[in-house]
Design a protein around this ligand. Structure first.
Ligand code: HEC
Length: 121
């Protein structure tokens, strides 16, 4: 048993392989994820899950929790749905949605998300 040998068993190449590379890759992946999270529709989905999912089916094919609230995929599928119609809708007060005031940036993200459901069909 050579204790000294054991101590030095973590050689420089090992350090590179097991520590430096994962740190570099981890950092790169993290930065990529942050970049993706900044993309509007994805941010919009997060906001929608948070603020709208109480009533609307935000994603997937399930029915809306509130039967009166159309699933976002149906909103997206309506020919009348455009960026401008959604902007108009989200910037005016809507009786079943009292106090639903999104920050303009957030509203734009949610709009991009809803519109992204249109192209995915
Ligand atoms: C408290 C329940 C509730 C919440 C929360 C809610 N909605 Fe609604 N929403 C409704 C109901 C009910 C309707 C249908 C009523 C109507 O069209 O007059 C509706 C209609 C809509 C429509 C119109 C669809 C059309 O016919 O043109 C859009 C767009 C919409 N909601 C977006 C949102 C967004 C975006 C959020 C989150 C930021 C949200 N809603 C949150 C209940 C809700």
């Amino acid at each position: 048993m050579n204790v000294l040998n054991r101590k030095s068993s973590l050689s420089l190449p090992d350090v590179q392989r097991y520590i430096a590379r994962p740190v570099i890759w981890g950092g790169a992946i993290l930065l990529t994820l942050i970049g993706v999270a900044n993309a509007d529709p994805i941010e919009g989905q997060i906001i929608a899950e948070h603020s709208c999912a109480e009533c609307h089916a935000v994603s997937g094919t399930a029915a809306s929790p509130n039967a009166a609230a159309p699933p976002f995929r149906d909103v997206a599928a309506m020919p009348s749905t455009t960026k401008y119609s959604l902007q108009a809708f989200l910037h005016t007060s809507h009786s079943p949605m009292p106090n639903l005031i999104l920050k303009p940036d957030d509203a734009d993200d949610v709009i991009d998300y809803i519109l992204s459901l249109k192209t995915r069909r």
